[in-house]
Design a binder for this molecule. Structure first.
Ligand SMILES: Cc1ncc(COP(=O)(O)O)c(C=O)c1O
Length: 448
């Protein structure tokens, strides 16, 4: 049991969740022997399940050779992993910059965009346009590019003044309320903001293709990303796509942006599923033109972190990606995702459920509302999301609470369900049943 008196700097001091001893497949086991079905893959991370022997073997093999070399040296695992990633990535995203986590990956995207413009004759370009309710990480550059108000608030004095546009959530979009379908006004807002800020000052636009932690499973309409791509091109603005959650099969395709055929980002940030949680590693991929632009006049690029591209992490991530390919796990993720979505859809009938999101891999979300006919949210003080997640936990299933303020920065209750790709039909059934049962319990408790 964790307590506030031990030596850990806790993130929640009232947390009394148990200490975990080990994991196997889709389960985490506590020291007291209790098993938890990990239906959120930690935090959308674990794709191949816990405790895969092939990965331990790959770790051991590389550890016996060398675990760390600094960036000055190349190693075979680094070269092989970069080759693997560029072969998987769309278009000419042919250069890989290794880092250790998702925030470092998006922040590298920000710096690469800035450097590209500096080197190609546009020194004024520095701002990144982002979206409210988006999430790109906790370091200050990444936080500046994020739109989750509750996590930005305390650090506002340190954040860069990056413009934010409307998030494409059809249930709460101020443009589309009362319209029969999406009007794409939120995408067109990008152009208006570019004009107002001045295209000369805008280096990049960043977005997740399908939302992860901020509004799990939300997938914008077919014309959304082509419209944004076209606007970026018109103003020489780089498109950074954040695949930290969606990358490596989570949405039933290698990368989430592949759901919009022909849209190739200039920069792609990845993380989480790259190693399925077996080691901290992440990567930022860039198109040929960006790489060539940066090296047009110079022979070095000033950015990087000590552990970026270390051979042990690269060997582990390579083993994970090979395991996914050998076991056809991306296709399995798509199939199991359809099944989970189908099992969750009946929740739409509940008076407290205003949206059931999913149907594109194992990235599902459920949104709760006080009045589903109007989308009126519950008072955040009621703590509906955390009460829900705790009840699910008590039944032995792990899901993620959605971030607070998903609707407007203040309001919005929702949960995320994103199990490992190796989950089977029975376990899907169990997860869905627990969620259905808890929705029923919450309806009663809330007086419906
Ligand atoms: C979409 C997205 N980008 C970036 C990050 C930051 O990744 P990390 O926590 O590994 O720094 C996250 C973390 O949840 C994320 O969901």
């Amino acid at each position: 049991m964790t307590t506030a008196t031990d030596s850990i700097f806790h993130r929640v001091i009232t947390n009394n969740w148990p200490q975990i001893s080990h994991g196997k497949d889709c389960y985490l086991y506590a020291e007291d022997g209790r098993a938890y079905l990990d239906a959120c893959a930690g935090v959308h991370v674990v794709s191949i399940g816990h405790g895969v022997p092939e990965i331990s073997a790959a770790m051991q093999t590389q550890a016996d050779k060398v675990c760390f070399t600094y960036a000055r040296f190349l190693t075979q695992p680094q070269i092989d992993l970069a080759d693997k990633l560029t072969a998987m990535a769309p278009g000419d995203l042919n250069r890989v910059f290794f880092v250790s986590g998702g925030s470092e990956a998006t922040e590298a995207g920000l710096k690469i965009a800035r450097k590209y413009h500096l080197e190609t004759g546009n020194p004024k370009k520095y701002k990144v346009i982002t979206r409210w309710q988006s999430w790109h990480g906790n370091t200050l550059g990444a936080l500046s590019m994020s739109g989750r108000s509750t996590w930005r608030e305390d650090y506002m004095p340190y954040l860069l003044d990056f413009p934010h546009i409307t998030f494409p959530n059809p249930s709460h979009c101020p443009y589309c309320k009362g319209q029969p379908a999406c009007t794409l006004s939120c995408a067109e807002e990008l152009e208006r903001v570019i004009k107002q800020e001045g295209a000369d000052y805008i280096a990049a636009f960043i977005a997740e293709p399908i939302s992860g932690t901020s509004c799990c499973g939300l997938k914008p309409p077919p014309d959304y990303f082509p419209t944004l791509r076209e606007i970026c091109d018109r103003h020489n603005i780089l498109m950074i796509i954040d695949e930290v959650v969606t990358g490596f099969g989570r949405t039933g395709k290698n990368f989430g942006i592949e759901h919009w055929q022909g849209v190739v980002p200039d920069i792609m940030a990845t993380g989480k599923g790259l190693s399925s949680g077996y080691t901290p590693i992440a990567a930022t991929l860039v198109r040929d033109e960006i790489y060539d632009g940066i090296y047009k006049k110079q022979n070095h690029y000033v950015h990087g972190h000590t552990y970026g591209g270390n051979p042990l992490s690269c060997a582990i991530a390579l083993a994970v990606q090979n395991y996914i390919a050998d076991n056809d796990l991306v296709a399995r993720c798509a199939k199991m995702g359809d099944l989970l979505h189908e099992k969750l859809l009946p929740l739409e009938a509940s008076p407290i459920v205003s949206a059931v999101r999913g149907g594109h891999g194992l990235l599902n979300g459920v949104e709760f509302s006080k009045d589903k006919s109007t989308g009126e949210p519950f008072d955040p003080q009621q703590g509906v999301t955390s009460a829900f997640v705790n009840r699910v936990f008590d039944k032995g299933v792990l899901i993620m609470p959605g971030s607070a303020g998903m609707i407007d920065g203040v309001n919005g209750d929702h949960i995320a369900i994103s199990p490992p790709f190796t989950i089977n039909e029975e376990q899907i059934e169990q997860v869905a049943q627990v969620i259905v049962d808890v929705v029923g319990e919450m309806e009663q408790e809330l007086g419906y």
